[in-house]
Design a protein around this ligand. Structure first.
Ligand code: KIV
Ligand code: NA
Length: 268
């Protein structure tokens, strides 16, 4: 049995054995993933992959707390990190602290994650100094998609590369215990990983990072379309379709339920 992970133990893995991370949104899935993962992230991607929303922008703090509680009930060893959703932390450090305090105290999770433009460095420090470990998220930041015009990899221009490096530096200096780097090329991921003191966790950011994360339903093959950086390790969509097709057939031809699935109660 491995020892339970903490923000500090994740931080100490810098440059060591790669950090294995996945997203989780419910208790039974969390329990399966927990045996193999260092970090389970309750990502605001749940807006899209669980609730069918068009982006993460409409996800609320209450949604994150509800799913955070569920994941905590399934996780034993992995560090559970919960995303602060759009609108719950950007206005001020105090707003961020109050949102993070609710998340940590109501779910019992070990850390929060914020999408951290350079402006957010003060917030990272404010929370970390007051006892809330913060995972940063730099590069492609989905909550900024209304401004940036969608989900595009970052680093096509020198200015864009400098901007991502500045975000990473700012978060690292502010005391983030780890950072997600999303949607950058290998050269940029390597440069950031070499420069920052905290471990980097890549998604669409090459093998040069200190760890990897994927959106679990993406890697399990729940969707027809996935981004280029996803490797599918399962065929969940196909398997669910086949199972339900078989069930529908059995119900229609009255072969389900059968003898084994039917109560035969002894009457007095
Ligand atoms: O919301 C999410 O799932 C994330 C990961 C993809 C890093 O932020
Ligand atoms: Na997220």
């Amino acid at each position: 049995q491995r020892k339970a992970m903490t923000a500090a133990s994740v931080r100490s893995r810098k440059g060591g054995e790669p950090l294995v991370c996945l997203t989780a949104y419910d208790a039974p899935t969390a329990k399966v993933l927990d045996a193999h993962c260092d970090v389970l992230l309750v990502g605001d991607s749940l807006g899209m992959v669980v609730h069918g929303m068009p982006s993460t922008v409409g996800v609320t703090l209450d949604m994150m707390i509800l799913h955070g509680k569920a994941v905590m009930r399934g996780a034993e060893n992995a560090l559970v990190v919960v995303d602060l959703p759009f609108g719950s932390y950007e206005a001020s450090r105090e707003q961020a602290f109050e949102s993070a305090r609710r998340v940590v105290s109501e779910t019992g999770c070990g850390a929060v994650k914020i999408e951290s433009g350079t402006y957010a460095a003060g917030t990272v420090a404010f929370l970390a100094e007051r006892g809330i470990p913060v995972m940063a998220h730099v590069g492609l930041r989905p909550q900024a998609s209304l401004v940036t015009g969608g989900f595009k990899a970052k680093g096509r221009t020198g200015a864009e590369r400098e901007a991502v490096i500045a975000e990473a530096r700012a978060a690292d200096e502010a005391g983030a215990f780890a950072m997600v780097i999303e949607g950058v090329d290998e050269e940029l991921a390597r440069q950031i990983t070499q420069e920052v003191r905290c471990p980097t966790i890549g998604i669409g950011a090459s093998a040069a990072c200190d760890g990897q994360i994927l959106v679990t339903p993406d890697m399990l093959g729940m969707f027809d379309w996935t981004p280029k950086f996803v490797r599918r390790y399962g065929k969940l969509r196909e398997q669910i379709g086949e199972a339900v097709e078989a069930y529908a057939k059995d119900v229609r031809e009255r072969s389900f339920p059968g003898e084994a699935e039917t109560y035969r109660l002894k009457k007095d």
